[in-house]
Write a new protein. Structure first.
Length: 213
């Protein structure tokens, strides 16, 4: 199959893209929001407000189509992937958290800032609290948490919910393991994104399988 080379969307093409946003992958939205990759000079580039315009138009279109009570947004302003980074991730996150309030969406699912090594300890120098304070709906924090971290985050009102990704991949009975304070299977990052062979999705053992072996 022949593919046309990628090109920049013209300003007049973006409204049609918004109306067909059901097929739109996540990465283009990130590339609009992040100032290290968005070099547009029209109303979708430059200022923070302009860079967030396209994602917010998508949110509005989806809300109008299916209702705000069925819409959530995942936001990773601190993440840097394929050069899509942001010079002021906190400002971006807070702006988006405030901006989506007017649509009344159900939840905001936010990725924790990356940890860095400080004095021989890994710490997170940034916090999601400014975004948590800005957003009026259900706030979900994700990234690097274990059971104790998750409980503390909710006890401290850091988030309403805590999402688990890698630990759930490796532990199909994760809630039960947390409840029993049982050992966790270690995840294998080398199998996270491979289509063939099919490994690392449904082949991690349940606690009962380990105990009976």
């Amino acid at each position: 199959m022949d593919w046309s080379p990628p090109r920049r969307l013209r300003t007049d093409e973006i409204p049609a893209t918004v109306n067909n946003s059901g097929w739109l992958p996540e990465m283009p939205l990130k590339r609009f929001m992040k100032d290290q990759v968005n070099d547009r000079t029209d109303k979708y580039g430059g200022s923070l407000e302009n860079r967030c315009r396209f994602p917010l138009e998508i949110v509005e279109a989806v809300v109008n189509e299916i209702g705000a009570d069925k819409v959530g947004m995942r936001l990773s302003s601190y993440a840097s992937y394929m050069e899509a980074s942001e010079s002021n991730p906190e400002a971006l996150g807070v702006y988006m958290a405030n901006a989506v309030n007017k649509f009344g969406i159900l939840y905001l699912h936010v990725i924790e800032p990356p940890m860095i090594k400080i004095n021989d300890k890994y710490e997170t120098p940034h916090s999601l609290l400014p975004m948590r304070s800005a957003f009026k709906g259900t706030f979900i924090a994700a990234g690097g948490s274990n059971g104790d971290d998750g409980n503390k985050a909710m006890a401290d009102n850091y988030s309403d919910l805590v999402a688990f990704g890698w630990l759930f991949l490796a532990n199909p009975d994760l809630p039960r393991r947390f409840q029993l304070n049982a050992p966790l299977n270690k995840y294998n990052r080398d199998t996270f994104y491979i289509p063939d062979p099919v490994l690392g999705y449904t082949d991690y053992p349940f606690l009962e399988d380990i105990n009976s072996s």
